[in-house]
Design a binder for this molecule. Structure first.
Ligand SMILES: C[S@@+](CC[C@H](N)C(=O)[O-])C[C@H]1O[C@@H](n2cnc3c(N)ncnc32)[C@H](O)[C@@H]1O
Length: 258
C-alpha cells in the first residue's frame, strides 16, 4: 500500500488510541489527545536541540514516538525509542511505517535499561513518565547511567504545585506563606487512582522538587519552565562524587566505599 492520502487515513484510523498529534507526509495530523506541538514549543524554548547530526538519542516512554521522529528529522545518527508497551499497542508502528522511519523501538522498562544493552547517548528525552513511576529517583539514577559525559537530558512531569496550593488555601494561608511553600521540595503521593482516575499516576513533585530530584541524579539544571500543571527541566549530565556515593550506598553497591 502506498502512502497516498487515502491509505494514510486508513492506517491512522486503524489505531484505537492515539496519544500524540504527529504530522503525516500529506499534512494530516494524528488525532492524539496530547497537545504535542504546543508542548514541543515549550521544549524548543528550553533548548531542545535543533541539530542532532551525529548524535545518539534515547526517548524513554516514547508512546506514539512524536519526539523520536522529530529527532530523526533533525538528523540524529540513531534514535532508540523505549516503552514498556508494544509499538503496536500505541500508534508507534503505524506512524513509523507511514513516516518510513528508522527509529528503533524497544520494549523495555526505564528501571531495566542499561548502557550494556543500548550504549550511551548524547540526548535523552524523559518526558511525561516520571509521575507514573513508583520509584522516580531510582528511574532517574538509571536514566543518568545512559548519558555520555555532558549529555543533554530533558525531564518533564506533571507537577503538584497547584493541587498543594488548592489544599492549603482551605487553611487561609497568606500569599507570602504560599510563596514560602513554593521554596520547599514537596512530592505528592496519589493513592490508587486518585489522580485523573489513572492508577498509574503515583508521585508528582512540585516544581522545586522536580529540579532538585534531577540535581540529585547528577543532572545539572540548564533551563526550566513551569507551564500549567507541568514542569520541564533541560539538564546536563554531570558527575558528582558525593551524590554518586550516596546513590551507591542506597543501592547497596557502595557499602564499602570510603
Ligand atoms: C503519558 S505518556 C508520555 C508520552 C511521551 N513521552 C510524551 O510525553 O508525550 C507515558 C508513556 O510512558 C510509558 N511508560 C510508563 N511507565 C514506563 C516505564 N516504567 N518504562 C517505560 N515506559 C513507561 C507509557 O507506556 C506511555 O507510553
Amino acid at each position: 500500500m502506498t502512502n497516498d492520502k487515502q491509505s494514510i487515513k486508513e492506517k491512522v484510523s486503524s489505531v484505537l488510541h492515539w496519544y500524540h498529534q504527529i504530522t503525516m507526509p500529506d499534512g494530516s495530523v494524528t488525532p492524539g489527545l496530547n497537545k504535542s506541538a504546543a508542548t514541543m514549543a515549550v521544549y524548543e524554548k528550553l533548548g531542545f536541540p535543533t541539530d542532532l547530526r551525529g548524535k545518539r538519542v534515547l526517548d524513554v516512554g516514547c508512546a506514539d514516538g512524536y519526539y523520536s521522529f522529530i529527532c530523526e528529522q533533525r538528523g540524529a545518527e540513531e534514535v532508540i525509542a523505549v516503552d514498556y508497551r508494544q509499538p503496536t499497542a500505541s500508534g508507534f508502528s503505524v506512524a513509523a511505517s507511514i513516516l518510513e522511519s528508522n527509529v528503533k523501538h524497544v520494549v523495555d522498562n526505564v528501571y531495566d535499561i542499561s548502557p550494556e544493552k543500548y550504549g550511551k547517548f548524547d540526548f535523552i528525552i524523559f518526558v511525561g513518565v516520571l509521575y507514573h513511576l513508583r520509584n522516580p529517583l531510582f528511574a532517574l539514577d538509571n536514566l543518568r547511567k545512559m548519558a555520555k559525559p555532558n549529555a543533554t537530558v530533558l525531564v518533564e512531569s506533571h507537577i503538584a504545585d497547584d493541587e498543594i496550593h488548592e489544599t492549603l488555601r482551605c487553611e487561609d494561608l497568606t500569599e507570602a506563606q504560599m510563596n514560602a511553600i513554593n521554596k520547599i521540595s514537596l512530592w505528592k503521593f496519589y493513592y490508587a487512582n486518585t489522580l485523573n482516575n489513572d492508577a498509574s499516576n503515583k508521585w508528582a513533585p512540585n516544581f522545586k522538587a522536580l529540579g532538585e530530584v534531577c540535581k540529585e541524579a547528577q543532572l545539572e539544571i540548564v533551563a526550566q519552565e513551569k507551564f500549567g500543571s507541568r514542569g520541564a527541566v533541560l539538564c546536563k549530565a554531570i558527575s558528582d562524587n558525593a551524590l554518586e556515593h550516596s546513590r551507591k550506598m542506597d543501592s547497596a553497591t557502595g557499602l564499602n566505599v570510603a
